[in-house]
Design a protein around this ligand. Sequence first.
Ligand code: ZN
Length: 281
Amino acid sequence: MKNLIIFSFFAIVITASCNFNSKNNKMEQTTNDEYKIFILNDVMRQGNPDILISPDADTLKKYIPDGVFPSAINAFLVQRGDSNYLFDTGMGFKILENLAALNVAPEKVHHIFITHAHGDHIGGLLKDSLPIFPNAQLHINRVEYDYWVKEQNPQFLQIVEKYKQHLHLFDIEDTTANKPLFADIEAIAAYGHTPGHTMYLVKGAAPTLIWGDLTHVMPVQMPHPEYSVSYDTSPEQAAKIRENTLKFAAENNIQIAGMHIAEGLGKVTKSVSTGYKFEGL
Ligand SMILES: [Zn+2]
């Protein structure tokens, strides 16, 4: 299986432990001297566990006793040297404000990598029907692109039209651990949440796996990755990739970044009781 082959390659190169400095009310966190990763928090909110498919009442009571849990909509900025890479854009509520706080002008965003085309991930690509990032190359998995074009999704169609000069569709089969999508970014298929949902591995001595919407209800899906949510297009596929990815992240002590994780960045460990645990950084 392609994902596991890629994962095992990276098991060899993950060696460093890194120093994390949390600043600026969780908006930014610095990893190592090779690259910096910043959480661009668009929304903080209370999550609703009702989106889980057929949750067991005892499980819900055990892990979400108050009936709500902290959730978020995040994008991420990776800076390596003078290059700025954006991973998703949130709804677009605070993307410009967050970038301005980091002294990154929209014109200085060089590449944008999209995990999938739901509105809370691509909402920050246009403003007043114009591209917010006029110089950015927009990278989208061709499977995801084909799905939303076939659906005739108006928001997606407008975005690809406006970015057509800078649109890069990629075939996941053409990317491998030894042949990354782009210099130091590896694309990994994580189909299930949407037909072309894609994770990105930022390479370095301490790589970060940007896992998009692998999880939505962290308090339940970490101990029980088998639970999918009602807006996973293939709940079974989503559960399988979640299991595989959590196993990989825990076994390799790899940093992960999640678009709907309140803490944004963190580490996954195997739980002594059930499934996995997440610890924010
Ligand atoms: Zn989402």
